[in-house]
Structure formats: structure tokens, C-alpha cells
Design a protein around this ligand. Sequence first.
Ligand code: ADP
Ligand code: MG
Length: 276
Amino acid sequence: MAFEDAAVPDPRRGSGSASLVPAQVSGAALRATAEPVIRTEDLTRVYKMGEVEVRALDGVSLSVEPGEFVAVMGSSGSGKSTFMNIVGCLDRPTAGRYFLDGVDVSGLDRDQRAEIRNGKIGFVFQSFNLLSRTTALENVELPLIYAADGHVTKDREERARRCLATVGLEGREKHLPSQLSGGQQQRVAIARALINDPALMLADEPTGNLDTKTSEEVMTVFQRLNDEGKTVVLITHEHDIAEYAKRVVVFRDGRIVEDRASSQRRAAAVNGRAGK
Ligand code: ADP
Ligand code: MG
């Protein structure tokens, strides 16, 4: 599976094909060295259900650079979750390649994917997936407990506290999920996703269970994290929510049919609700 590096006359001898990106593709290409956080090439995923084959992804090529905030849109069944599962290293493509933070992960087995996933990706889901009898602080600490790579309890707790503060939940450390609003619960989930300082925040319909005002509260948090440099990819079927992102990618029938800058970017983090 090695690259044909000999064919690339790059004196710096980089880690692959970064220098082959045509300069006209995007402004990002000019930022010479940084690898895209996500780069897929002709990604295909076919589900086989007995005799029936569903081509859920049909040749998806997409790059996401560090610091981008991308909304993935499309109607139900268009392939958004399938794409998210592969990008999140939860699933493997049937064909095509996927580079995460410069590493070809398309061929990795289950254990290798789990390892890279835990280190590089923070997930946020529609249903917050918090443990109900567990405090906000402990919920945020959980990924570190599972990682069990020698984090001292005190250090773990300190990091979890900082992540909760980042999402505006200072003072709620001892609350159980049932003692928090939906928006606050989702913010705990975002704090949990931040605990390993991931290269990529990946959210699948994070506002799907929330009302409009609470959705705005949660999108404010994502926007602020992005302003601070986090790369965010968020799946939604709501246009209002997509407009918080900087870039909108639209799926239809397993293909990208649109890829554009956000048209009227909503700046919740900067302006709050002023003027609305
Ligand atoms: P979206 O998230 O945009 O609603 P999905 O990625 O969930 O779309 O689904 C894309 C297509 O793949 C749909 O036709 C769906 O029925 C099918 N599909 C998704 N997951 C599976 C699966 N595990 N087995 C079989 N078909 C699936
Ligand atoms: Mg879905």
C-alpha cells in the first residue's frame, strides 16, 4: 500500500501527495505544509442486504483543512451518516481512500481505528449519550478513564473542569444530566468530546433534539470552538443550523452535489442575539 514516492520530485520529501494539490483548487492549497484534517478520494460505501445492494456513498472526494467549519447537509437517506461513520473511523469504505490528519486510515482494522479515533476525534451525537447516574464532571472525564493511559485522577478532573468551563458550565460539575437542560446536556457532551484535544470535532445532528433557542446556544459553542481554531464538521438537515458553519457541503444520493461558502453566516458567538 506504499506510495509511489519516487515519482514525486519533492526535495522536502513530504509525507505523501500534499505537494500534488493543484494550486487553483483552493486558497487553502497555498498554506503549503499543513495536511488536511480530512481528505477522501472517491469514497464508496455499499451496504449489502441479502440480494439488495445500497450504494450509500458513490465516489465522494472531499478535503477539509485545519480550522474549517463545515456543515454537511442533505435529505434523509442521502448518505450523511454513512459519510460521518467513515470519517469518524467507525466504519470502513468499500472502495476509495480516507486520510485523517495525513494518515491513511482506510485500511486499518477495528482496533487500529479505535485507537486513532480516540486520539483524534471528538464525537457529538443527537442524543447526548450521557450516563444518567453520573455527574457532568465524570461524564466529561470518561474518555480519559477508558483510555487508561496513566492520567492521574487529579489531572483528569482538572482537565474535565477546564472543558466544562470552555462550554460555559462552570459551577455545574456536580449536576446529574437530569438536573440540566437539554442545551446544557449537549454542552456536557461537547466538553466530553473536547477532553482529548481532538484534531476534529464531528457532530451528527447535534441540535436534532433541541428547540430553536437551545440550538442557537449549542451552535454558539461550536462557533466559538472554531474561532479558537478547532476543526468542526457538523451534519444537519436544517438550513438555519448549516448557516453557522463557514462552508456547506450538500449530499444527494451518496454524492456531493454542492460545495459552497456559507451564504449568510450567522455569527451567534460574536453578536449574540443583538439586532435580531
Ligand atoms: P442520512 O444520514 O443522510 O439520512 P444514511 O447514510 O443513514 O443517510 O443512509 C444512506 C443510505 O444507506 C440509505 O438508503 C440507507 O437506507 C442506507 N443505509 C444506511 N445504513 C445502512 C445499513 N447499516 N445497512 C443497509 N443500508 C443502510
Ligand atoms: Mg443520518
